[in-house]
Every structure is written in C-alpha cells, then in structure tokens.
Design a binder for this molecule. Structure first.
Ligand code: XIL
Length: 372
C-alpha cells in the first residue's frame, strides 16, 4: 500500500491564501494518462487553460487538474482592468501577483490577458477620456505600470483584445471602441509600442474572436485582421503573434472548413507571426439535451479543430478557456448559453471534475500532432 498525504478539506483550503497552498496538495496525478500539458510539450506545443484564483481556492480538484494538465496558466480575471484598477488612481496587484506566483511555483508558464480590451473596463472608466491626450496618458500609465511590473515573467501578453468588428461599419473593419474613438486606429500601434518598451521579453499578441469559421462574416473578420497586421508590420510595430480565441459551437461544425482556417494561419505565418489558440472551448448550444450525444459532438469539434490548427507549424500554443464545466463563462454569455436553460458542457472535465470525451479528444489530437 502506498501512503497518500491527507487531502486538505475544502474548508481548510478556503482558509488558506492561494500562495500558501503547497504544491504537494496538487500532485495526486491520474496514473492512467499523461496530462495534456505534457502531451503537448512532446509536440513542441505549449498547452494550458485559463484559471482564476477563486477556482483554485474553492476546489482542490482544480489544483489537481491545473497540475496534471496545464503547462501554462492564463489568469481569467486577475490581469483585467476591473481587477487591477479598482479606482482611477490606484492599482491592486494582489490577484495578479498571486496567480503568477501560483504558476511559477509549479514551473508553469503564464500569459497576461489583456492590456487593452473594451469588453472589461471598470465602472469608473465610463466611456474613457474623449480626448487623445487623456486616453494616451491613461494607456501609457496602465501598460507601463502593469507590463513593467511583470516584465520578464510572462510568456506573452494579449496587448489588444478584439480590435476588429466589421459590423461597426468602418472601412478598415476596426471596432469603434473607446480607445479608437479617442485616438483613432493609432491606439493599436501605441499599445504595442508601450508594451514592448515595458516588457521587451514578452511575445506581444493581437487577440481576436470569430476567425475560425468559413462564413462570409468571419471571412470579413479575417480580412480586416490581416490588413491590420500588414499595416502594423509596415510601420515597424512590435507584434509577434495573433491569438485565435476559438470559442466554438459544436452545432456550427458544418461551417468549419479546415482548409479555410489553415489558409488563414499560413497567411499569418507568412507575415512572420506565430499563431496562438488562446481561448478554446466548445459550447453545446443548439444540440438536443441528451448528455452522451452532446459530449460526443463537443469532443468531435475539439478534435477536428485541433487537428486542423496543429497541422500548421505556426501554431505554437493552445489554451482552453475553461477546463471544468463547473466553472464556465459560457452559461453567462447570451451567445454561448443553451436556450433550454440546461447548463452547457463545453470543457474537458464535467461538473464533478471527471474527464469527458472532450479530454480524450484533445489528448488524441495532441498525440497526432506533427512535432514542431
Ligand atoms: C470572460 C471570463 O471568462 C468571464 O469570467 C468574465 O465574466 C467575462 O470574460 N473573450 C475574452 C475573455 O477575451 O476575456 C472572456 O472571458 C471570454 C470572451
């Protein structure tokens, strides 16, 4: 018989600040299969998931899964403005510091998400300063302070998140965000230059959604993004990678054409840029209620998508936007949640932290991936 250290109770863990949770409590690894992070590493791919401080403090199982499967952690909340900027004058680094320490103590890499994103701004921000000088000063202070604080410790930064929105009707397809309204499209170049000055080691990433499907709408998004990248590179802006968020829907798999996505990735690679899959998940919205069929369709979607992207050597990194159905943003999203009110099952572990067919599909795609 082999002696196990007693697992801490949930109450003990809740009372334990994250940084003090010993690594040993997280190391009851599954004997049956290599973790996803290790499988990916064998192919030269960095693999991980988003994770938040609340999740690991609440669930010992999340500690175990993080240790088993993640070679990289992307704090889901702690590096966003609402966490870092409780008021216009103050910074609060406690969550970001704790999550980065958590990753570093386990030898895991981390990404920063995100320096500039219209989608998560604190209430005090309002619509932001309307004048160019005010917005410039705000971005300079935020990016300089935050990217400077963590310089040399992050694999990469999502410098600008979701800058493209063809529906906003501009000829360049850019989103009419508060940043753009104040500074024009130059806010993107400016943000990357500020990030490079503050953290010269981080891979600077432009992160975007809605790039994966062979629909006219997503083709417009790909076209706008490529034009944006070409302009940035012409102007000598330090951009190193694109992030393909990859919030997928199993019910939309008829719109997925691997050849279309691979052609786009090759165009990006042709510009000298890497491709990161930054927020992969698969909603079962639009599928009938039966769990076995939903889980099978979600697993097939993971497999088909990962086989396509991993066939391209420019794809160096895959991050899931959630690993257990217990903690998913998709029930809160009006685009991703189910219309019948049942909880979605979009991630590789179920609500009770048991591996699902999706886990095996991801493992299979990683095993089948050509090495890079
Ligand atoms: C989500 C988080 O997971 C949620 O917890 C939060 O309430 C909203 O944001 N695209 C992104 C991510 O770039 O930052 C979003 O994360 C999901 C969509």
């Amino acid at each position: 018989m082999h002696m196990r250290q007693p697992r801490p109770t949930r109450r003990q863990l809740l009372a334990t600040p994250l940084a003090l949770v010993p690594a040993s409590t997280a190391s009851t690894a599954r004997a049956s299969a290599a973790g996803l992070g290790a499988l990916a590493a064998q192919r030269g791919v960095i693999f991980g998931s988003t994770l938040t401080r609340g999740q690991v403090e609440e669930s010992p199982e999340m500690l175990r899964i993080a240790t088993d499967d993640m070679a990289m952690i992307v704090p889901g909340f702690e590096f966003k403005w609402p966490a870092l900027r409780p008021s216009a004058g103050a910074f609060d680094f406690s969550g970001a510091d704790a999550m980065l320490r958590f990753a570093e103590q386990r030898g895991q890499a981390a990404r920063g998400h995100a320096l500039v994103w219209h989608g998560a701004l604190p209430a005090w921000f309002g619509d932001g300063p309307a004048d160019a000088a005010g917005m410039h000063a705000l971005l300079r202070r935020h990016i300089g302070t935050v990217a400077g604080r963590y310089a040399g410790r992050l694999h990469s930064w999502d410098v600008v998140n979701e800058p493209v929105e063809p529906w906003d009707g501009r000829p360049d397809g850019l989103r009419a965000s508060p940043f753009l309204r104040a500074l024009g499209p130059d806010y993107i170049d400016l943000s990357f230059r500020l990030a490079a000055a503050a953290d010269p080691a981080a891979r600077l990433t432009l992160n975007e959604y809605g790039l994966e499907l062979a629909t006219a709408e997503q083709e417009a998004r790909r076209t706008a993004l490529l034009a944006l990248l070409e302009g940035m590179l012409r102007r000598g802006v330090p951009v190193h990678a694109i992030g393909i968020q990859a919030h997928l829907a199993a019910a939309a798999s008829a719109d997925f054409d691997p050849a279309v996505l691979r052609r786009f990735i090759r165009r990006v690679a042709g510009l000298g840029l890497d491709c990161y899959v930054t927020e992969l998940d698969v909603t079962d919205r639009g599928l009938p209620a039966g769990i076995a069929a939903r889980d099978a369709a979600v697993a097939r979607t993971y497999r088909g998508f990962l086989e396509a992207v991993l066939a391209e050597p420019a794809v160096k990194l895959v991050v899931l936007w959630g690993i257990s159905d217990r903690y998913t943003w998709m029930n809160d999203s009006r685009f991703a949640r189910r219309e019948d009110g049942l909880p979605v099952r979009p991630h590789p572990y179920d609500n009770e932290f048991r591996p699902k067919p999706a886990w095996h599909a991801i493992a299979g795609a990683l095993r089948a991936a050509p090495p890079r």
